[in-house]
Design a binder for this molecule. Structure first.
Ligand code: NBP
Length: 475
């Protein structure tokens, strides 16, 4: 037994993380359901460090020093359950099973309980950064028992991305917390991608800019406040020319966005927690609409109306779009952090939002300069009621708000869909409104269902006798 860590599941993610461990000086036991991937990894990258080739689960477990540490990187769902069961049958109390797949956090809560009943430590770890991150430094969000982080933490921190000398990995909280925050991270990623997409669509349809110029705009934005991985890759995708047709690649890609489920999970969880994640919700729905091919085809003749002319000052409107993107992005993060706060209270995790901003600065898909500002905001006030109320973001959004309104109104008048820009602005306006039409809704609810309402001028619950003499009674 000489390996310090084992990795089972050697598809793209697992093999790259195994190589990352090996490159950091750890001896890594390798296992995969079918031996081909194990052998391919050793043949192609055996020189990265010390690997122990194993064929069976029994051999694999026997190759590990104690307490054993095994990282599972197989398909989420039933495959993960079956691998956990196989491992648990061979492991001994104190050993650590880490699930690094994109598991649903409620599955992680269930698995952690089952494993702790058997004396094993179970760590659900969210890992972001795709294959490149897995190899060179991902952002890692491990949950599970705090004790297990003592032996595991230093190893994970050493393979994680590093920003300003700090690892993009920290213990998040008990059981499903790591996978929960990874899920919301992915939800924010959906919103960010949708917002970037809407900005692109406006530059094409409202301003008629050539795709190559739009690539240049993103490249330029990437030098300022919007500096982020997603903006950077957007410029690269837009600059790509299709070899077969000579057109921009983006013009030959079918405009139907796929999804694997983490965005949808985020919205479902937010609905249960009662947290409005409107930006993420719009992003998930926009992908669904994009994929409704037949409906879209049949709806193409629907009239748009013809109310507005395109903006005449293109440069000024590009600037407006940039500001609208920034403000909407702040809303998406504010909503995502609200959801994390609510999940943390619901499940008793004590997640620190500032820690997340810190470990999301590198390695992961939503890495951005902007996260430094979020980190500072929570350092200043850990109990921030909303990210929108942190002085820095408050100023930034207030400075952007005129642009934001011009963008949403221009898009609306021109018939260009901007669901995420528009819903983020509506959320901002709803949040800052002194009075909301919810008072009327309470009246309606009381009318048809005697649901009662509270009054602004005295305590208690009240009901109006709507079908009687319409006097008010205390309920
Ligand atoms: P996949 O999600 O494509 O899974 C392939 C691996 O699962 C192979 O090693 C396969 O073994 C194994 N496997 C399957 Br499928 N069913 C199994 C079973 N019943 N028992 C044992 N092994 C089984 O791999 P991936 O894209 O590398 O992702 C791994 C995990 O990381 C997933 O949970 C994914 O959601 C997550 N993740 C992926 C990314 C990404 O960018 N791709 C990013 C972050 C997280 P075989 O070789 O024998 O078929």
């Amino acid at each position: 037994a000489r390996a310090q860590i084992g990795v089972t599941g050697l598809a793209v993610m697992g093999s790259n993380i195994a190589r990352n461990f090996a490159r950091n000086g750890y001896t890594v036991a390798l296992h995969n359901r079918s031996i081909g991937k194990t052998d391919a990894l050793i043949a192609e990258h055996g020189g990265d460090g010390e690997f122990v080739r194993t064929e069976t689960m029994t051999e694999f477990v026997a190759a590990l020093e104690r307490p054993r540490r095994v990282l599972i990187m197989v398909q989420a769902g039933a495959a993960t359950d079956s691998v956990i069961e196989d491992l648990a049958n061979l492991m001994e109390p104190g050993d650590i099973i880490i699930d690094g797949g994109n598991s649903l956090y409620t599955d992680t809560i269930r698995r952690e309980k089952a494993m702790s009943d058997r004396g094993l430590n179970f760590v659900g770890a969210g890992i972001s950064g795709g294959e490149e991150g897995a190899l060179n430094g991902p952002s890692i969000m491990p949950g599970g028992p705090a004790e297990s982080y003592e032996s595991l933490g230093p190893m994970l921190e050493s393979i994680a991305a590093q920003v300003d000398g700090e690892p993009c990995c920290t213990h998040i909280g008990a059981d499903g917390s790591g996978h929960f925050v990874k899920m919301v991270h992915n939800g924010i990623e959906y919103a960010d991608m949708q917002l970037i997409g809407e900005a692109y669509d406006l530059m094409r349809k409202a301003l008629d800019l050539p795709v190559a110029d739009i690539a240049g705009v993103y490249r330029q934005w990437n030098t300022g406040d919007l500096d982020s991985y997603l903006i950077e890759i957007t410029a690269e995708v837009l600059a790509q020319v299709d070899a077969a047709t000579g057109k921009p690649l983006v013009d030959v890609i079918v405009d139907a966005a796929g999804q694997k489920g983490t965005g949808r999970w985020t919205v479902k969880s937010a609905l249960d927690l009662g947290i409005p994640v409107t930006g993420i919700g719009e992003a998930v729905f926009a992908r669904a609409l994009s994929s409704a091919g037949d409906q879209r085809k049949q709806a193409q003749g629907l009239a748009s109306g013809a109310l507005a002319a395109a903006p005449t000052d293109k440069d000024a409107f590009v600037d407006d779009i940039k500001n609208a993107l920034y403000a909407s992005k702040v809303v998406a993060y504010a909503q995502g952090f609200d959801q994390i706060k609510a999940g943390s209270v619901e499940y008793g995790w004590d997640v620190k939002p500032g820690d997340l901003a810190t470990i999301w600065r590198g390695g992961c898909i939503i890495r951005a300069k902007f996260l430094n500002r979020i980190r500072e905001a929570y350092a200043e006030n850990p109990d921030l009621p909303s990210l929108l109320l942190a002085p820095y973001f408050r100023d930034a959004v207030e400075n952007a708000v005129d642009s934001w309104r011009r963008v949403v109104s221009t898009a609306t008048l021109m018939g260009i869909p901007v669901p995420a820009f528009a819903s983020s602005l509506a959320y901002y306006d709803g949040l800052r409104a002194e009075r909301l039409p919810a008072a009327l809704i309470q009246g309606q609810r009381d009318f048809f269902g005697a649901h009662t309402y509270r009054r602004t001028d005295k305590d208690g619950s009240f009901h109006t006798l709507w079908s009687g003499d319409r006097t008010e009674i205390e309920a």
